[in-house]
Design a protein around this ligand. Sequence first.
Ligand code: ATP
Ligand code: MG
Length: 331
Amino acid sequence: MLDKVLEGWRLKNGVPRHGIFLADRTPSKSFKHTFLLLNECPPLGLVAKYPCFIYTFFMGKTYVFVNQKGGVGKTTSALNIGAYIADEGKKVLLVDFDAQANLSSGVGANPPKPGIYELLSGIATIEQAVKKTAVPRLDVIPASIDLSGAAVELIEQQDRNLFLKKTLAPVKDNYDFILIDCPPSLGILTLNGMAAADAVLIPMQCEYFAMEGLSLLLQTIQRIQRGLNRSLGIGGIFFTMYDPRTRLAQDVVKQVSAYFKDAVFSTIIPRNVRLSEAPSHGQPILLYDPGCSGAKAYQSLAREIIARSDATEKNKNVPAQSAEISSRNGG
Ligand code: ATP
Ligand code: MG
């Protein structure tokens, strides 16, 4: 009987989020035990009437790459981490939310339309905007230069900061990870990215000004946590374009790691010319040169992110971790 009632919540395409174990009485009065996989959790009122257990699993995570400073490696990190997470067997959606569209060209999304701008202006459906890439299990919603006018269009909308969250909601459960690339500002696009995400990933270059920018960014994250997205956590900080020959780079890594402790990923992304060449071939480093030092570092960072995500799923400690960072930052 419950079998029939659950028809609407049956597993369709996509990643199962819930399992339901039910014992149903058959006409011969014996019990029939069934295990169903579902995309969506049926309403508790409905299942309360029947003897059943619900299991929830495969919780997908949305990360946003944020740093208001330009050229710190947001895009390079989003696309290469995405490719390596997909290589680990996870389903990944990259979202290019920057009018520069570097992420789209970096994964060879061609043509880039319809993409995120067409979703914003209501002339495409999410199914039309999601494109496959050359990496198995890695999809992308591309951007184009048209997105540069989006800020004006968004400001006119009532829920201007929630556009991305609402847009991604129908596909969120189809992916294990959604990674959003943002422009170098803390404007409306980045606010949308943070409203849609579970956690922020902060790429940081090993230089003095980067440390100044970090405290402004953390203050902004605190503001978002107080209003727009109370469950936003800090996924972690990682260093990019590291050159071990400079004393300054070593000092920045030491100081930031001493201050932010566990929030800093142990993998450091080295400066590596192959990483800067790969986008001109429309390929993540995984396809372009998987043997180079940059590729190995991104693979290691992707594994750390998966491990951290699994751990936070178990402990649900991301908001706690971010509060800890905030308070150490004087907030
Ligand atoms: P923007 O703020 O403009 O969006 P960004 O933070 O997304 O920039 P990227 O575009 O990823 O930064 O990187 C800036 C430049 O540095 C690019 O030319 C990229 O190819 C290069 N780059 C990124 N990471 C590395 C690295 N580890 N080694 C060498 N070059 C790198
Ligand atoms: Mg970028």
